[in-house]
Design a protein around this ligand. Sequence first.
Ligand SMILES: Cc1cc2nc3c(=O)[nH]c(=O)nc-3n(C[C@H](O)[C@H](O)[C@H](O)COP(=O)(O)OP(=O)(O)OC[C@H]3O[C@@H](n4cnc5c(N)ncnc54)[C@H](O)[C@@H]3O)c2cc1C
Length: 426
Amino acid sequence: MYDVLVIGGGAAGFYAAIHIAESRPQTKIAILERGKEVLTKVKVSGGGRCNVTHAEFNPSDLSKNYPRGEKELLGPFHTYASGDTVGFFEERGVALKIEDDGRMFPVSNSSQTIIDCFLSEADRLGIQVKTHCSVTGIEHIEEAGTKKWKVAVGDSFMFCNKLVLATGSNPKMWNYIESLGHTIVPPVPSLFTFNIKDERIVDIPGVATHAEVKVIPKKSIGKKSSRLKLDASSLTSEGPLLVTHWGMSGPAILKLSAWGARILEQYNYQFRIQVNWVPEYHQDGLLALLLKVKQVEKKTVLRTKVLDIPKRLWANLVNASGIEDTVTWPAVSKQQLTILAEQLTAGIFQVNGKSTFKEEFVTAGGVNLKEINFKTYESKILTGLYFAGEIINVDAITGGFNFQNAWTGGFIAAKGVVNDLNTNSE
Ligand SMILES: Cc1cc2nc3c(=O)[nH]c(=O)nc-3n(C[C@H](O)[C@H](O)[C@H](O)COP(=O)(O)OP(=O)(O)OC[C@H]3O[C@@H](n4cnc5c(N)ncnc54)[C@H](O)[C@@H]3O)c2cc1C
């Protein structure tokens, strides 16, 4: 019999358990992890460096990075946000650094530093960490007039007063939760790259530039989508775009994959995008600029650097506009420049499928947010049941925001559990 069982030895589970044990040292608490190791996602996160959080310290701006959860996380972020995460790690001797794009990593550049910090905290606080403990059932039972949780682990059972579920995006656990009366928003992948085979980019993998990308909405995508009120008309993002061997990646694409996770799944990952390689220009303004260049330049179009985009990309777009390598500015026609302006500001690319972004990926979907009290992360349906991390229908764009969801949820659920235990023991 435990005061608290935390199911899931990942980021959210450890954060919750540590905060419970720290604020209420007498709590008998265990983390149950099905794998042979704990914190396996932390280990591989951020390419092995663990992008712990993001240097966005304003709760309202922070919440804008969550395609699912933006509204619900605003309150929790006023209680616990990125600055608190930095404080937690610094107090435990783990210094974090901010990179140019705002991502925060341990100074050591190693996710092992974060794992070591959690393991030593768990040890110091007397938290039992039990690996090879796959939970296969959960029941809310009543014994001597008190409600308790009965947790099935293999052939045996464990009991506790308060249960924290932090099992990430595990479909089996979602089934158990559903059988307890919760609803689960169906899972779909988020944070992926776009597969594109196109002669304008096929020979330039590695080229990176700042671009604006829009998903071109499909007219009809069937009944299911209208029920979900999915609309691709506002799916636009701007940022660094990286050409890869398979298509396109980089923050501009990953952001679209996150905001469009559900609708792009409805499109079966077959859709078209419009790319503006020079977002500071519209087509007409750019054509006006190209016509001015035509009046003064004598060299070939191919060899003139008119815009701040990579040379190889410029060359491919010039070719795609039907302008041959030897054509000079005086010889190029207005019609060709019109096509070039269109290629540069509104090039259409067909996406056929997606690929995993190796540095970070996440699942959209999970426990319905309407069924969670975000002041405590307790279930609104069952008392004494708390959630934290990716198990709930929250996910973020890339950049450390997904872990911040785990830290915030873990911290607030811990506070909820501790208040609950203290009230019950009074
Ligand atoms: C390759 C990769 C890199 C990433 N990099 C970053 C990054 O740099 N920054 C960032 O912010 N986010 C990153 N993410 C996302 C981030 O890892 C997750 O959002 C985060 O780990 C979620 O934490 P969690 O504790 O909710 O779930 P998890 O970390 O998935 O932990 C859940 C744990 O529960 C256990 N479990 C599941 N079912 C059971 C069961 N029935 N019984 C017992 N145990 C069970 C699992 O084995 C697992 O250990 C990355 C994700 C991936 C896949």
